[in-house]
Design a protein around this ligand. Structure first.
Ligand SMILES: NC(=O)c1ccc[n+]([C@@H]2O[C@H](COP(=O)([O-])OP(=O)(O)OC[C@H]3O[C@@H](n4cnc5c(N)ncnc54)[C@H](O)[C@@H]3O)[C@@H](O)[C@H]2O)c1
Length: 350
């Protein structure tokens, strides 16, 4: 039975500890700077707790840690965990810069350690079925990928109080707005399905009074030679999308063999509706809808991570996958700043 430490007991943490619990792993040590966040989780599992992550990393019983702190702290904590010989599952984004993420990935490689980036949208059964189908569908000729999340208050005449602190809450906790928060997941799906883009043209918009992007668009040149249009928006359309609740996240992938449409669901209420995959075959026109039970992709993710850790298999998505996403995010922003497309060589990639 794998023995786990949880570092960071904020909003995302329940998805990890409940996932570990379901996967049969044992939570033995819990950490948060705020004792009031760490203590209840520790009590739930009969685990030790601390406000200093170094104390948790010194605990010989801990084999695998989830790093669930603010993104700007991931580099330091992941490096320390790798140096302590622990397996690591780090919430996305792997860090707040591609340089820091490459450092983490290199350290994990040198230590021959287990280091995963937790992009849970790969673990919707519909997303996994899309990956399986694509293997036999030939080269991608067009990809359209969007994450539109409802934030009507960012479009109201007066901005809410939560946007006024500097840095604002999303910048402090996640390092940015629409691109880093929702967009990072979709950038991960794009490179998982289509490979690493070779050229990027980015465009980003906000409004006065915000210190983060409200909408980011990009064009990716894909290894197949096709283009991918990507959109990450915090938008005002309250009822848009597959669930008619403003959550409007989907990918349309075209190959000569057909089309896949993948619709995901509201990230923190995945038990309400299942993600949906629609496959249209080019030759016959036959349409297959893949509908699965509405399961929580975090739970599938944690079960698969624990299985791989116990089997000595490398993690997926890996730290290098996390680096690829962070590099693409940085390149979109660089391109937007420069007003021109930027070429990527991926020379550093392990
Ligand atoms: N997969 C997803 O869909 C998803 C969704 C939300 C957040 N996240 C990611 O999860 C991570 C955490 O986000 P959150 O929403 O839970 O944030 P949060 O602010 O709710 O929680 C972060 C917690 O980490 C603690 N913390 C910060 N620095 C620490 C340190 N040095 N040592 C110990 N504890 C520390 C804070 O006290 C806080 O309780 C971020 O990287 C974020 O990008 C992912």
């Amino acid at each position: 039975m794998t023995q786990v430490g949880i570092i960071g007991c904020g909003g995302i943490s329940r998805f990890h500890y409940e996932g570990y619990e379901k996967a049969g792993a044992r939570i033995v040590h819990v950490c948060d700077l705020r004792p009031e966040a760490a203590r209840p989780v520790a009590e739930r599992y009969g685990a030790r707790w601390t406000s200093d992550y170094r104390v948790l990393l010194e605990d010989a019983e801990v084999q695998l840690v989830s790093v669930l702190t603010t993104s700007s702290t991931h580099r330091e904590i992941c490096q320390a965990a790798i140096a302590a010989g622990k397996g690591v599952i780090c919430e996305k984004t792997l860090s707040d810069s591609p340089e820091a993420s490459a450092e983490i990935a290199r350290a994990a490689e040198a230590a021959e350690g287990f280091c995963a980036t937790a992009y849970m949208k790969r673990f919707f059964p519909a997303a996994q079925q899309a990956k399986r189908l694509l293997a036999d569908m030939g080269p991608i000729i067009s990809l359209y990928a969007r994450t539109w999340q409802p934030y009507a208050e960012l479009w109201d005449e007066t901005l809410g109080e939560w946007t006024k602190e500097r840095p604002s809450a999303p910048v402090r906790a996640y390092g940015g707005g629409a691109l880093v928060c929702g967009g990072s997941h979709i950038v991960d799906l794009i490179h998982w399905y289509a490979g690493r883009p070779t050229r990027v043209c980015g465009h980003t918009t906000t409004r006065e009074g915000l210190d983060f992007d409200r909408a980011t668009n990009a064009l990716f040149w894909l290894p197949s030679g096709a283009a991918c249009h990507f959109e990450a928006h915090w938008h005002p359309l309250r009822y848009a999308g597959y669930e008619r609740n403003g959550w409007d996240e989907r990918l349309e992938i075209n190959t000569p063999a057909g089309r896949l449409d993948l619709y995901t669901v509201t990230w923190n209420q995945p038990e309400r509706n299942p993600a949906l995959l629609v496959h249209q075959e080019a030759e016959s026109g036959r349409v297959t809808e893949y509908r699965y039970p509405a399961i929580n992709p975090f739970h599938v993710e944690m079960a698969e991570m624990v299985r791989r850790f116990e089997a000595g298999e490398p993690p997926e998505p890996s730290a290098w996958d996390g680096y690829v996403v962070d590099q693409l995010i940085a390149t979109i922003m660089e391109s937007a700043r420069r007003g021109e497309a930027v070429t990527l060589r991926w020379a550093d990639l392990g």
